[in-house]
Design a protein around this ligand. Sequence first.
Ligand SMILES: Nc1nc2c(c(=O)[nH]1)N[C@H]1C(S)=C(S)[C@@H](COP(=O)(O)O)O[C@H]1N2
Ligand SMILES: [Mo]
Length: 335
Amino acid sequence: MHCDLAMSEFQSTPKIPDSEVTPPALYFNRRKLMRAGALAASVAGTGWIYRRLNTMSLTATDAPKLPTLVASPSTVASATREGVGEALTSLMAVTHYNNFYEFTTDKDRVAERAAGFSTTGWKVEVDGLVHKPKTFDLDDLLRIAPPEERVYRMRCVEAWSMVVPWVGFSLSKLLERVEPTSSAKYVAFQTLHDPVRMPGQKTNVLEWPYVEGLRLDEAMHPLTLLARGLYGMDLPAQDGAPIRLVVPWKYGFKGIKSIVRISLVADQPATSWNRYAAHEYGFLANVNPEVDHPRWSQATEQRIGETGRRRTLMFNGYAEQVAHLYAGLDLRANY
Ligand SMILES: Nc1nc2c(c(=O)[nH]1)N[C@H]1C(S)=C(S)[C@@H](COP(=O)(O)O)O[C@H]1N2
Ligand SMILES: [Mo]
């Protein structure tokens, strides 16, 4: 799918200087502009492309509709389209502005690189410190719990954000099935490792497979979602098909995509971004506007589809539900 940019829209607006960290929205816009042969982006142009993305109707990523969604429990009542109180990010932006380094580090090219990714025969192994280890195929996973729509803010550590209507069920439902033993304290997750199907894994931009982890109490929190869809459809490949994690009060990188293994463990597991740069990406990685990334501020964010910046909320706006998990921890030290 292409956004035909009418270049005249950009031409009379002022140039803006490069800053050390290119705002993601601007980066995205600039890529489109470069492809269209233009020389400079503009503040006005940045807003324009997102307004346009937000109103564009989608056909190319239309996927089979999921079965009727069920109501979420009252513990996550704020996660409905009405409850979230903010506009949804367009399907176009959610599916064409992605981080998924297994395909490419180019956010606006993940969709095209991931097109045709097959999830046939997918299995998720759930093992480790559990009484009933089990390998689930996709049908098994779909039978664990009926799908709910959960509308969550997603805040990337790079200071951009979206509001996404995910489809899935609480990870706790899966974990209850396998019955963690009393020595299980953490949950470790792993993405598929298959450089043929995920050509980005032929590079060493990260150590593969991508791995993530949660404390067991975080994993059991009702907000923690195993997502199999968005916008009422199966997950598009670029968003982590066929199954990914969504932890809305943490930075987006905790939301590991295309999961093949979930292990209950006693010790804090290694995580990809922490391995890459431990001083920049912590294990907890809770959204915290008061703790800056060493290279940029986390106080504000660019909501994709909007002009201007929003203030970032403590725990991404989920403090009421999750702050108790971190009582007694120095949140500054446990970034
Ligand atoms: N396996 C894997 N999972 C991943 C990533 C990745 O590169 N590989 N990127 C993470 C980051 S940094 C973000 S912000 C979100 C982006 O999810 P989205 O593309 O669906 O918006 O996925 C996360 N999960
Ligand atoms: Mo991210």
